[in-house]
Structure formats: structure tokens, C-alpha cells
Design a protein around this ligand. Structure first.
Ligand SMILES: Nc1nc2c(ncn2[C@@H]2O[C@H](COP(=O)(O)OP(=O)(O)OP(=O)(O)O)[C@@H](O)[C@H]2O)c(=O)[nH]1
Ligand SMILES: [Mg+2]
Length: 390
């Protein structure tokens, strides 16, 4: 019964499963807590360039702008869980710095006063041009005071050395700032966009991944999913989040299969798997098409019965001692875990290929895209099958 009619084995409403997966994607995105990041620095240091290269959606270019104070603007977009508070047009001389500092601390206080975590400023990025020929005492004093006040307000400050195309110089400034023992979380050198010296000499961007990792370290765990979703600079951060999601889902699948419940295991298992796919989708912040999700589910669940992935799964089920005698709807815990892991890993790999620009979402719908998808799913199922039988 299992091998010649695999769809019956799952005994699921396939169309309902696809729409359930989409509802879960919407829900998972809606559940993200709002992340508020403040970016400060003198005019022209590269704040907007940094924001546009660090986060999805070109917020500094396309976002709605609201003035908060004379020198601080707030950028946000509908259905996007990130707000950027961006300082603009400020120069730091003795006369202005007191006023600027007041605007920053007032904004942080005002956000804190609401008492809602969603409104608080969660991290401050203080940008200094790495090529500043002289890092002025004025600015040292400014950062030092700001860092002390932020520390009282419990807002971490990261100093970002922007436009760091001259690496050696940036490193010197970096060490100098570290030596000041300021109340800051980290100093990170960044070249957010490649820099051209002319004569065809191009310096590649660097440092964004490092900055992403430092920001991640400062955030409360309730904000890590949001940060993974909005940041576009670090594939590793996305992979780490996905691994955690897969691990939790695999454990959930194993537990569900072991617990006698009035509902068929397959129905519960597919519920866990669609939730996992929704959460992975949220890590990448992409909107998969219906046909892609449908193709992914039918291939990995083997409901089409025609794919190698499906066959691998069937043989996996048959090869596990005792599984051959299972009746429809009952799934052994280790098989439930293996299927979940295979689906989670294959889905993450596809999302990563799109994230890295190795494949477009449109390409996935073509024959060669589909073949690649089948291959990836097969690979993961075969891997899990081998783990089960060895
Ligand atoms: N190549 C390169 N150019 C950069 C980089 N960062 C900033 N720039 C350039 O520096 C100039 C100023 O950058 P912005 O990002 O607009 O600076 P800003 O801090 O937002 O400036 P204000 O909004 O005026 O305060 C622009 O011409 C950018 O193209 C970088 O990482 N690489
Ligand atoms: Mg700007």
C-alpha cells in the first residue's frame, strides 16, 4: 500500500496543505518583533550606504521618512519589521555636540518611555569615516559621553569605521579607538560598497558580515529572528537560524510520532513541516510562489510518486526495521525526524541559492530549475535514508 500509492500513505489534503503553509508564512512574518536601529555619524560618512547594504529593501532610499527631531529621521516600510533612526546633516563642533547628544538621548528615552519592547532603540551604530585624517578629540569626547549614557539606558553602541578602503589606516584607527576603553560593544571596519581608485583598481567590499555578527551579539533573543530576516549581509547568520529551526522541528516531529494522539501522525507531521518551511521562509524574507511550494511539498512528500525523492523516502520507510508493517498514518519517530530534517535542509539550500543569486525565483519554475530542485531534495532524502539504515 505504501509503495504503490504514496499519496494515500500521507492521507493529506494536498491543496489544503499548500494554503496552510502560506497562512503560516504570513503568520510567522507577522509575529516578528520590531527591531529599531539608530545610525549616527557626521554628514557623508556613509550611513545611508551602510543601511542599504546591510538590510533588505533599500530602506534609506525607498522607506517612508518621518522627522523625529531636527537632526534625526525615522525610516520604515509597511510590512517590514525594521525601523532605522538616521541622523542627518550634523557636524560636531563644541556648539552643536551638546544639542545633538540631547536629540539622541531624548529619542532613545522617548522610545523607552512607551514601555514596549517594539518601540525601544535596540542598538546604536556610530559611524566614523575610516579615512578621517585626524580623529578629533571633539568626536572622542562625543562618543565617550554617548557610550556612557547609552550604557545607562542599556542600548549597546557599535563603532563602525566606514569607507575603510585603506585597510591599514582603518586598522590603526580601530586599535586607537579600542585603546580608549570606551563603553562600546565593538569596533568594526567596513567597506559597504566596492571602492574604485580609478586605473581599474577596485577594492572589494568587506566587513559587513562581521558587523552583522556583532549586531547579532548585542540583540536580545526575541529579536534574532527579525534580525535574520531583515539583514542581507550574512548568509551564515541565516544558516544558523535555519539550523536552529530545523533542529527544533526535528525534535518536535520525533516527539509527535512517539506520542499516541487521536490524529494520524502524518497529519501532525505535515503540520510541523509546513510550520518549519514558513519559519525558514521568514529567515530569508522571500515570498515563494504557490507553484514552488506546491512543487517542493509534492516532491519531498513523494505524493507525485514519480520522483527519486519520493522513492528514496519509500525505500527509507521500508528499510527501517518495523516500518514495513506500519499502517497508513502511523510513522516511526526516527523516520518522522529524518523526513523533517531532509525537507528542512533541502528547503534551506534552495533559499540560500536564491539569496546568493545563484538561482532566481523565476528560474525555479523552469525545467532546469525544477531538475535542480529535485536533485537537491533527492540528495537530502538519500542522506537521511543512509543515516537511518547505517
Ligand atoms: N565606494 C564606496 N563609497 C561609499 C561607501 N560608503 C559611502 N560611500 C560614498 O560616500 C558618499 C556619502 O555616502 P552616504 O551613504 O550618502 O553618507 P551619509 O552618511 O548617509 O550622508 P548624510 O545622509 O548626508 O549624512 C556617497 O557618495 C557614497 O557613494 C562605501 O562603502 N564604498
Ligand atoms: Mg544619508
Amino acid at each position: 500500500m505504501q509503495s504503490n500509492s504514496y499519496g494515500n500513505f500521507w492521507n493529506i489534503d494536498f491543496v489544503g496543505t499548500i494554503s496552510d503553509c502560506f497562512s503560516k508564512i504570513t503568520e510567522s512574518e507577522r509575529n516578528l518583533n520590531r527591531l529599531n536601529i539608530m545610525i549616527i555619524g557626521k554628514s557623508g560618512v556613509g550611513k545611508s550606504t551602510l543601511v542599504n547594504n546591510l538590510f533588505r529593501n533599500d530602506l534609506a532610499r525607498t522607506g517612508g521618512v518621518k522627522p523625529v527631531t531636527k537632526n534625526i529621521n525615522k525610516y520604515s516600510l509597511p510590512n517590514y519589521p525594521l525601523t532605522i533612526y538616521d541622523s542627518q546633516g550634523f557636524e560636531l563642533n563644541k556648539n552643536t555636540q551638546k544639542n545633538i547628544k540631547k536629540q539622541i538621548t531624548d529619542t532613545v528615552h522617548k522610545c523607552l518611555r512607551s514601555g514596549r519592547t517594539d518601540d525601544a532603540i535596540h542598538c546604536i551604530l556610530y559611524c566614523i569615516h575610516a579615512d578621517s585624517t585626524r580623529f578629533e578629540q571633539e568626536e572622542v569626547n562625543f562618543i565617550s559621553d554617548l557610550a556612557n549614557e547609552s550604557s545607562v539606558m542599556r542600548v549597546p553602541v557599535i563603532v563602525v569605521l566606514t569607507q575603510a578602503y585603506a585597510r591599514n589606516y582603518a586598522q590603526q584607527l580601530h586599535n586607537y579607538i579600542l585603546g580608549l576603553n570606551l563603553n562600546i560593544s565593538a569596533v568594526v571596519d567596513v567597506l559597504a560598497e566596492p571602492y574604485s581608485f580609478g586605473y581599474g583598481q577596485l577594492i572589494d567590499r568587506y566587513g559587513l558580515e562581521n558587523l552583522t555578527s556583532e549586531i547579532n551579539k548585542t540583540l536580545n533573543k526575541d529579536l534574532l529572528k527579525t534580525f535574520a530576516n531583515v539583514q542581507k549581509a550574512s548568509a551564515q547568520l541565516k544558516i544558523d537560524q535555519c539550523s536552529a529551526i530545523i533542529k527544533a522541528s526535528v525534535a518536535e516531529a520525533g516527539a509527535a510520532a512517539m506520542t499516541p494522539l487521536p490524529v494520524a501522525d502524518s497529519v501532525i507531521l505535515i503540520g510541523i513541516e509546513t510550520k518549519m518551511l514558513a519559519e525558514i521562509t521568514t529567515v530569508f524574507g522571500t515570498s515563494p510562489s504557490k507553484s514552488f511550494i506546491s512543487m517542493f511539498l509534492s516532491t519531498s512528500l513523494g505524493t507525485t510518486g514519480a520522483t527519486v525523492g519520493g522513492r528514496a523516502l519509500v525505500s527509507a520507510l521500508k528499510l527501517v526495521p518495523g516500518v514495513g508493517s506500519l499502517s497508513a498514518g502511523m510513522i516511526n519517530a526516527s523516520v518522522a525526524m529524518a523526513i523533517t530534517a531532509a525537507m528542512g535542509n533541502a528547503y534551506t539550500q534552495i533559499m540560500l541559492m536564491i539569496f546568493r543569486g545563484e538561482m532566481s525565483a523565476e528560474e525555479l519554475e523552469t525545467q532546469s530549475g525544477m531538475n535542480k530542485l529535485f536533485e537537491l531534495i533527492d540528495e537530502q532524502f538519500i542522506k537521511q535514508k543512509n543515516r537511518l539504515v547505517n
